[in-house]
Every structure is written in structure tokens, then in C-alpha cells.
Design a protein. Structure first.
Length: 600
């Protein structure tokens, strides 16, 4: 029995140790991986940035070296087609190539030298007998290239300088589009190696300049220039090389190596860089391993301390188990009593909730009816207000009609007075016409007495008399028209005065009706206001009832939840009592086993 207990204790101790140590081990593993991979990512990005910076510096320096040669050739091929004598060509070649100090500059016509062609060289080099520029690769490549496009030759050993160089050449075209010559410039490649060495960098990397096929154009080993292939040294097959060249600029890095390839400006050359990543990450790896070992050691120490603390806690569990058993017995009794009380309270609250729901429904019905009454009262008040406004407008219109009618009567009376004045004037004109008629008659008699001498005067007197008769007849008609106008004016005045009396009566009636409508308006406004007040009170009462109902529902739900919780607590308390009883028995059994072991 003692051996079984000892084995059980060892297993329990092992489980406790693993349970406390394993989570720490997992955390240490995750933390160390993060501590390693994050700096690795930073280092890789830094390497990529440094490679890009170095390549940019080298590209700028190489283009500064190559640009004078390209510029000299471009200027020569533009001007030379206009020159037709050797002396001028020699002078122009020397003048246009002053900026190029890296190599020779020259120009050759398409006509062979043996047939009268011209050769112009910056260094005044004289070709040997039988030597023809048209047989050289730089000449052939320029003629075969698209018009206005320059080409670079493959690297070769220069006959004069005995240095590795390339030739940039370009065809010269006349105004008819015919190739008449080729301009070219030599570029000494030893300067490229100097550029690579002078470009500063934080990376200890291998740097080379290669052509489009991968052959070295710079290398400390001179025997590899133009012969050995960079990609062959790296054991990269031709398909991969073509893919790399297609994707330039390309910068990549992995856990072992890093490399970068990019084209140098408009030249057919590329700068490549490569190096060992372990030289940059070795210290980081050692640092991470050291931290892992330290954290692992600390985890073991903390696990041992935890195990010792757990053993000390086991001795206090026995006393705690006895106390817990006694308290859980009391808790079971209390929770059962509380559950019974909460069930009674839940039933009472449910009855109150049902009553409040009925009351709330009745309040909502009353509120709906009062709202309808309020709407009718508001509509009535609105109609009365519109009626009052219409009556006031009618009164104003009657008053305006009354004043207009009075002005009409006054105008007619004034017109009648003026007609009387016209009557006097007509009478005066009639009197004058009568006098004129008499005078004309007497004048006609006198003219008749005068005989032949008064004949013309008699005609005039006769016409005056006829005119007077016409005036008298016209005045008679005017008097008749004036008499008719006076009769019509008197009739209109009487009718207007009669209308004025009726307008005055209607005006007074409208004013009385307006007063009555004002009284109705006041009553309807009071009714509408009262209906709105009653509606507001009913709505407040309804809202209060709803709030009370919601509160009671919440109380009911809370009591139900409390009842459920009490039942759960009661069940948990019973389970806790059983568990504490079992724990107490186990502790007592453990104590007895320990006593027996001590006796043994």
C-alpha cells in the first residue's frame, strides 16, 4: 500500500511539474521565434535597400563614364554626312570628342579606304595598308542596326592600349536616308573595376559587371574577362539565366545568400551583387540561442518553486475541506428556502403584471379616443379661423365698394353741374348764331341793292346765313343729347344712392357676423386646447403605465432568473457538499495512510 501511494505521489508530482513547465516552454519557443524572425526580416529588407543603393551609385558612375563617348559619337554622325573632305573630318572628330577622355573616337565612310574612302581618328592613328574599317565588327554592327540606334560591341583587347574595351558605334545617315559612314568610340573597361571598388557599401559582397550573356566585364582575375561566365560559376542553368535577365532589376535574399541583378542605364551591361547572409545573421542566431537557454533554465527553476508551493498548499487543503463541508451544508438549506420564497414572489408579480397590462390597454384606448376628439376640435378651430378671416375680408371689400360707390355719386353730381355749364354755353352759341343769321340776311339784302358790285359779297353773306342755320340745327341736337344725359345721370345717382344704403346694411350685417364668429373662434380654441391638454395627460398616464409594466416585467423576469439561479445554486451547493465530503474523506484517508507509512 505504501509503495502504491509513493508511486501515485510521484506521478502526481510529475504531472504538476509538466503542467507548470510545459506552458512556459511553449511561450519561450514562440517568443524566441519572434525574436529571431522579426530581426531577420529587418536584416533582409536592409540588405535589399543597400543592394539597390549600391547598384544606383554604380549605374550613375558608369553612365557618367560612358555618356561622353555616346555624346561624341551622336554629334559626329549628325554632322559628318555634310562634310566631304578628309581635313575637315579630322578637325571635327578632334573637336567633337574633346569631352571623351576615356578612349579613342573615330569615323569611317562606307566607301572603302582602298577606293578613296576617308578615315578620321581623334588620336590621328593611320591605318596600315590593306586595313579596312568595314571589315571590323563595330562597323558591321552599326550598319546592321536600326537607323539612328547605337550599338555596343563585345569586349575585346585593344590593339593600341592592350586593355579590355568595348566600342560604341552608330551609323551616319544623309538627308536621303542612306548610310554614308559610321562613328565610333572606344571605352576602356578598366575604369569599371575602379568604379566598383570606389563605391562604398555596408555589405561585404561580391560585385561584378557582366554583359547580357553573363560574361565578366570586371573581375580581379584578368583571365576571366570576356571569357568566364558569372552564372556558370554559380551553377545556374541557361533557362534560369534568361528568366533572371527578363526580371531585372531583381533583388532577393534567403537564409543563406543574397543577390541582386540590374541593368546599367541604356548600356547592355548589368551589375550583379551577391554575398553570404550567415555573416550578417550569425550573431543574431547565437544571441537567440543564448536567450532560449536562459529562459529555459528560468522556467525549470520557476517550475520547481511552483511544485514546492503546491505541496505546502496540500497540507492546508484538509482543514479547508472540513470547513467547506460545514458551510456547504448551511448553504444548501438556505438556498432551498430562498428558492421557495422567490417562487411565491414570482407568482404574485405575474398577477400584478396581468392587471397592469389590462389597465395599460384601457389607457391606450382612451388615449386613442381623446386623440380623435382633439383632431376634430383642432379641425373645427381651423375652419372657424378661416371663416373669421373670410368675413373680415368680406367686410373690407364691402367697405371698399361703399367708398367706390360714394366716389361714383360724387363724380356724377360733378358731371351734372358741368352739363349745366355746357347748357349755358350752348344757349350763348345759339344766340350768337341767331344774331349771325340776321346779320347775314341784312348783308345779303345790301349786296342785292349794290347790284353787280355786291354779287360776291351776297354769296359770302348767303354762305354765312347757311352756316348759321347749320349751327342752330346742331345746337338743337346738342340740347336734346344734354337733356338725355341729365336724365340718365339723375337715374344713376338715384340707383347709386339706393345701392349705398344696401351696401351699408350688408356691411353692418357682416360686422355682426364677424363678432359672432370671433366668439365661436374663442370657444373652439378653448375646446382644442383642452382636448390637447387631456390628450397630453392621457399620454403621460399611458407612458407611466407602460414604464410601470416594463419595470414589473423586468422584476418578474429578475425573480424568475433569481429563482433559476437559486435552483442552480442549490444544485451547485449540493454538488459542492458532496465534493467537500469526498475531499474531506480523501484528506482523512491521506492522513491515515501517512500515519501508517510513518509507523511502517
Amino acid at each position: 500500500m505504501a509503495k502504491k501511494t509513493e508511486v501515485s505521489n510521484k506521478k502526481s508530482t510529475r504531472r504538476l511539474f509538466l503542467g507548470s513547465f510545459l506552458p512556459q516552454l511553449i511561450i519561450i519557443f514562440i517568443a524566441c521565434n519572434l525574436l529571431y524572425f522579426i530581426p531577420m526580416m529587418v536584416i533582409k529588407e536592409s540588405v535589399k535597400s543597400e543592394i539597390a543603393l549600391v547598384q544606383e551609385k554604380v549605374t550613375s558612375s558608369v553612365m557618367n563614364m560612358v555618356h561622353p563617348a555616346i555624346l561624341s559619337v551622336d554629334n559626329i554622325v549628325k554632322i559628318m554626312p555634310r562634310i566631304d573632305n578628309e581635313k575637315s573630318m579630322l578637325g571635327l572628330v578632334g573637336y567633337l570628342s574633346e569631352s571623351n577622355t576615356n578612349g579613342d573616337v573615330y569615323y569611317a565612310t562606307t566607301t572603302k579606304l582602298s577606293e578613296g574612302g576617308i578615315w578620321a581618328d581623334k588620336n590621328k592613328w593611320v591605318p596600315p595598308a590593306g586595313w579596312e574599317p568595314s571589315a571590323r565588327d563595330w562597323f558591321k554592327n552599326a550598319v546592321a542596326a536600326p537607323i539612328h540606334e547605337g550599338v555596343f560591341s563585345a569586349p575585346y583587347i585593344d590593339d593600341q592600349t592592350h586593355s579590355l574595351c568595348v566600342t560604341y558605334s552608330k551609323a551616319a545617315v544623309d538627308s536621303n536616308g542612306k548610310i554614308v559612314g559610321v562613328g565610333a568610340a572606344d571605352i576602356i573597361l578598366s575604369s569599371l573595376n575602379d568604379i566598383l571598388k570606389e563605391t562604398s557599401s555596408n555589405l561585404e559582397s561580391n560585385r561584378y559587371i557582366i554583359d547580357s550573356k553573363g560574361f565578366y566585364m570586371t573581375n580581379d582575375d584578368q583571365s576571366k574577362l570576356g571569357k568566364a561566365n558569372y552564372f556558370t560559376d554559380w551553377n545556374i542553368d541557361s533557362a534560369t539565366v534568361a528568366e533572371v535577365m527578363k526580371r531585372t532589376p531583381l533583388i532577393d535574399s534567403n537564409s543563406k545568400n543574397y543577390y541582386g541583378v540590374t541593368r546599367i542605364g541604356t548600356t547592355p551591361w548589368y551589375i550583379v551583387m551577391d554575398g553570404d547572409m550567415k555573416s550578417l545573421t550569425g550573431q543574431l542566431s547565437r544571441f537567440v540561442l543564448l536567450i532560449e537557454a536562459g529562459m529555459l533554465l528560468m522556467g525549470i527553476i520557476f517550475s520547481i518553486i511552483n511544485l514546492s508551493s503546491i505541496k505546502k498548499m496540500g497540507d492546508g487543503q484538509r482543514v479547508l475541506g472540513e470547513k467547506l463541508y460545514a458551510e456547504t451544508q448551511n448553504l444548501v438549506v438556505s438556498t432551498k428556502e430562498t428558492a421557495a420564497t422567490s417562487q411565491d414572489q414570482s407568482a404574485a408579480v405575474k398577477e400584478i403584471v396581468a392587471t397592469m397590462e389590462d389597465s395599460n390597454a384601457l389607457s391606450e384606448n382612451i388615449s386613442s379616443k381623446i386623440k380623435d376628439v382633439s383632431k376634430v376640435a383642432q379641425k373645427t378651430s381651423s375652419d372657424v379661423i378661416e371663416g373669421v378671416a373670410s368675413i373680415e375680408k368680406n367686410v373690407q371689400q364691402l367697405h371698399a365698394i361703399y367708398e367706390a360707390n360714394q366716389q361714383t355719386i360724387t363724380g356724377m353730381k360733378d358731371l351734372n353741374d358741368k352739363i349745366e355749364s355746357i347748357w349755358d354755353i350752348v344757349t350763348l352759341i345759339n344766340s350768337v348764331a341767331d344774331q349771325t343769321k340776321i346779320i347775314a340776311f341784312n348783308a345779303e339784302l345790301e349786296a342785292t341793292s349794290a347790284g353787280e358790285a355786291g354779287k360776291k359779297f351776297r354769296i359770302v353773306a348767303n354762305e354765312i346765313r347757311r352756316l348759321s342755320d347749320g349751327i342752330i340745327d346742331s345746337i338743337h341736337e346738342i340740347k336734346e343729347k344734354i337733356t338725355e344725359i341729365q336724365h340718365s345721370s339723375d337715374t344713376l345717382i338715384l340707383a347709386s344712392e339706393n345701392g349705398t344704403e344696401k351696401i351699408t346694411s350688408g356691411y353692418e350685417t357682416a360686422k355682426e357676423l364677424g363678432t359672432k364668429f370671433e366668439s365661436i373662434k374663442s370657444s373652439s380654441e378653448i375646446t382644442a386646447t383642452s382636448a390637447e391638454d387631456i390628450t397630453g395627460i392621457i399620454q403621460q398616464q399611458t407612458i407611466a403605465s407602460e414604464q410601470i409594466l416594463i419595470a414589473l416585467k423586468q422584476i418578474s423576469a429578475g425573480i424568475e432568473n433569481f429563482t433559476g439561479a437559486t435552483d442552480s445554486i442549490s444544485a451547485s451547493a449540493e454538488n459542492l457538499r458532496i465534493m467537500s465530503e469526498d475531499l474531506n474523506n480523501q484528506v482523512k484517508s491521506g492522513s491515515k495512510d501517512s500515519g501508517k507509512k510513518a509507523k511502517a
